[in-house]
Ligand binder design. Structure first.
Ligand code: SF4
Length: 423
């Protein structure tokens, strides 16, 4: 990698100390025009993680500057098997801290240059419930125009949420934020009867995007509770799906998160205990908790069919098929996505370190240094194009050979609610 620095004048500047502009092209007099590089995404992400305020875009350099002008740092490189690239970042005059950080990240990126194999886990990304929930919001926006209110994130992915916000969706935590009579969509994670009643009291026009597989668990909770059981719900405290399901029978349901919780359980009648689970749990960990429950309560009743959904199960199986052969696993998904978090944990249990990334800019270049084989997957709420972006960015660091490992084909599709279909 060849690096150089030069003072520049530009219509996009000045910069203040602590600010860096990552240029994805240079226009104007300066002769340094360079091809857009996915690697600049990594540069941006790493500088942000180091606490710098990062801007990006084309740099319109008007002329070469003097010592009091911002400093353009250029790095020219040709990673093995990839085309020539030039990375550019501009720091404020005299901002040595930012300049040193840019140079250091250039070095980190160079250290990550190598040919790689990417093992793509399949299935990955959107499941039928997420597809359906997003389509519901899109259709309601198209039919009614904005604003369309959505309780909580429609699915747990920040890119999906931002995209719908740009089109007029308004995400709220509390129904009191929604004007009386407005249209409100319930998210894919489901809501408790109390929330439904609140919506009726506020005279909201509700469209329910709850995944049918979550609705199934709610129905089981009511059935077991009506039977007089203590219903043990295996799930994660604070997750919206957990809150919604527990709300079906708050006096009869109890949450357990671990085998240790099972040992501490107190129930009215040990012969009348049943269990249900959150749809997005780790299959292997949940089996351990169910085994502990069965040992304590031999008459334990199980749900009629598995609560952990097909999409969660398939993504975990697909990850198993790539994790053991990978030096590093990248899981595309947001931090509040339960099934994405479970994929990270599963990979770690398989002995392969994993990084959860919202998008390619969050890849830590230091993790790529020794990674000749990268396993790649995405949680059920992560858009597939973000996976493609990761492959593109890796290809900027050296030739990439992509191998897909498909463990099962998914052909699941859920019908839209009648209220949306009829419009
Ligand atoms: S992960 Fe499973 S339960 Fe959740 S929305 Fe997708 S299909 Fe439905």
């Amino acid at each position: 990698m060849q690096t150089e620095t030069l003072a520049v004048r530009s219509v996009d500047l000045p910069l203040v100390s602590g600010e860096v502009m990552v240029a994805d092209g240079i226009e104007g007099e300066d002769p340094q025009g360079f091809p857009r590089s996915g690697t600049s995404l990594l540069l941006r992400g790493e500088l942000r993680r180091r606490g710098f305020h990062v801007r990006s875009g084309p740099l319109r350099a008007t002329s070469t500057g003097t010592s009091g002008d911002p400093v353009l740092h250029l790095a020219r490189c040709t990673p093995p098997g990839a085309g020539e690239q030039v990375l550019g970042a501009v720091t404020a005059p005299g901002d040595e801290k930012a300049a040193a950080a840019v140079r250091d990240v250039f070095g980190q990126l160079e250290a990550a240059f190598r040919p790689r194999t990417v093992l793509l886990a399949s299935p990955r990304s959107f499941c039928a419930g997420v597809d359906r929930a997003i389509e519901i919001v899109e259709r309601v926006l198209a039919d009614r125009g904005s604003p369309v209110y959505v309780r909580k994130q429609i699915v747990h992915n920040i890119h999906v949420v931002r995209s719908l916000e740009r089109r007029g969706a308004v995400f709220v935590d509390d129904l009191d934020e929604v004007p009386a009579g407005a249209t409100l969509v319930f998210s894919a994670h489901g809501v408790s009867p109390e929330v439904r009643e609140h919506a009726v009291a506020r005279r909201l026009d509700v469209i329910d995007a709850t995944c049918p597989l979550v609705t199934k668990v709610h129905a089981e909770a009511r059935r077991f509770a009506q039977h007089g059981d203590t219903v043990v719900f295996i799930g994660h405290a604070g997750h919206e799906e957990t809150e919604g399901t527990l709300g079906e029978a708050p006096d009869n349901m109890v949450l357990v998160e671990s085998v240790a919780d099972v040992a501490a359980l107190r129930v009215a009648d040990p012969d009348r205990v049943s269990y249900l689970t959150q749809t997005t749990l780790a299959v292997d960990e949940t089996a351990g908790i169910v085994a502990a429950l069965t040992e304590r309560f031999p008459a334990l009743r199980a749900p009629r069919s598995e609560d952990i959904c097909y999409a969660t199960t398939n993504r975990q199986e697909a990850l198993r098929a790539v994790a053991a052969d990978s030096d590093l696993v990248l899981v595309v998904g947001s931090v509040n996505s339960s099934n994405s978090q479970r994929l990270v944990e599963l990979s770690t249990r398989q002995g392969t370190s994993a990084q959860l990334i919202d998008d390619a800019s969050e890849i830590d270049p230091a993790h790529l240094r020794e990674a000749a084989v990268v396993g790649l997957t995405a949680g059920a709420s992560a858009p597939p194009e973000l996976v493609e972006e990761v492959v593109d960015v890796l290809a900027g660091l050296g030739a990439v050979t992509v191998k897909e490992r498909e463990v099962i084909q998914e052909n699941v599709h859920f019908a839209l609610p009648r209220a949306v279909r009829a419009r």
